[in-house]
Ligand binder design. Structure first.
Ligand code: PGA
Length: 232
């Protein structure tokens, strides 16, 4: 069974959330299912039968950080997971590996599970191992920082929202590389253009423990199909 994470990004509204919750509450999934809506919608998920996560947080518990979300507060309102360092946070909001590592520590300190995103952009596709090692350098230089079994999501930036997916062999090579760096305790998710047609094949690949899903998680019927898949 896998960990299936929905990343709604900056989409949805209260009615959309209510309908989604009703539809997904009727799904029978043996997977770990996590939905990460925009933060203002988290409160609508009180009666959700699966897990809820945030798309981002700050690295401090509280204070003069206007507009930021506290990891403690996210935990207190029911989040179990927080996505950290999504490629859109890295590229649009200039998040650095250093900041992402601090966010990971802040999430772990609240006993939530960080989903740390890594992955190369199109220009670096041939240089992927170097990019991934650099993005993970703070984790690799701080042995013990992954002891609380976080999730890492490999998402090739060129595969996000494009319909492009690495070949099955490419996925196995990349995931073997990441597994070798991070060890057996962490969960490794694949993200980028996952849908109901390709989810089960991707999740069957060695070292892939779950999926991070953007666009297809906004269609409740398609997301339901993915989480109800039993052949993972
Ligand atoms: P996508 O997005 O599934 O729409 O490609 C994935 C992500 O950015 O997490």
């Amino acid at each position: 069974m896998g960990i299936i994470v929905a990343n709604w990004k900056m989409n949805g509204n209260p009615d959309f959330a209510d309908n989604f919750i009703e539809e997904i509450n009727a799904a029978d999934s043996e997977n770990t299912v996590v939905v990460c809506p925009p933060a203002p919608l988290l409160g609508r998920f009180r009666n959700f039968r699966y897990d809820v996560g945030a798309q981002n947080c700050f690295c401090e518990e509280k204070g003069a950080f206007t507009g930021e979300n506290s990891p403690r507060l996210l935990r207190e309102i029911g989040c179990k997971y927080v996505i950290v360092g999504h490629s859109e946070r890295r590229s649009i909001f200039h998040e650095t590996d250093d900041l992402i590592f601090k966010k990971h520590l802040a999430v772990v300190a609240e006993n939530m599970i960080p989903i740390v995103c890594i992955g190369e952009n199109a220009e670096n596709r041939d240089n992927r191992e170097k990019v991934i090692s650099d993005q993970l350098s703070f984790f690799l230089n701080n042995p013990g920082s992954t002891d609380k079994t976080p999730c890492f999501a490999y998402e090739p930036v060129w595969g996000i929202g494009t319909g492009l997916i690495p070949s099955p062999e490419e996925i196995e090579t990349i995931f073997a590389f990441i597994r070798n760096l991070l060890g057996d305790k962490v969960s490794l998710l694949y993200g980028g253009s996952v849908n109901a047609k390709n989810s089960s094949e991707i999740l069957s690949r060695k070292n892939v423990d779950g999926l991070l899903i953007g666009g297809a998680s906004l269609k409740a019927d398609e997301f339901k199909k993915i989480i109800e898949e039993k052949s993972f």
